[in-house]
Write a protein that binds this ligand. Structure first.
Ligand code: ZN
Length: 162
């Protein structure tokens, strides 16, 4: 966390949240909310408990939040859904109460959140296991369906796993 505060205007807004106590079987340990004084919005820094910094993103509650920023750019794993204000549930092991709270937050922001792609018109005939928006499709951040926007000064996708 120190490097973000040392190299940017961001500062930690509140004490860290012990995610490993809330979700003991998940791949993340802590979360930190950072803000720039006097500016709207914030960023969340989630600390992985695996050797991968990206893997925990896919352990989150829905496709809506399966996005990340790395030193090279900004990535969105489900751009077709996310930019259409849609999200697929990732129920995993969290309690229904916690999940419903998460889903309600994004519903209040205008997102439609469902458990299956087939619940939306336009996806009823999709091919399970092939459509990149389908939860049955094996995905990779290098599969060409991840939206990656380079940050200025960086080349892009070849650095995505760095
Ligand atoms: Zn499907």
């Amino acid at each position: 966390m120190w490097w973000i505060q040392a190299w940017s205007e961001y500062h930690v807004e509140e004490p860290e949240i012990r995610l490993d106590e809330i979700y003991p079987t998940r791949m993340f340990t802590t979360a930190h909310r950072l803000k720039i004084e006097g500016k709207p919005g914030s960023i969340n820094v989630v600390v992985s408990n695996t050797s991968s910094t990206i893997q925990p993103i896919f352990d989150f509650h829905s496709t809506i939040v399966m996005n990340f920023i790395n030193p090279y750019g900004i990535a969105c794993a489900y751009p077709r859904l996310t930019f259409d204000y849609r999200g697929l549930m990732n129920p995993g092991i969290q309690s229904p109460d916690k999940l419903n709270k998460c889903y309600q937050k994004y519903h209040d922001r205008g997102f439609s959140i469902v458990s299956s792609l087939r619940k939306w018109k336009g996806f009823k005939g999709h091919e399970c296991g092939v459509d990149p928006s389908c939860s049955q499709t094996c995905r990779s951040i290098r599969d060409g369906h991840v939206l990656f926007a380079d940050l200025p000064g960086y080349i892009g996708k070849q650095h995505i796993l760095s």
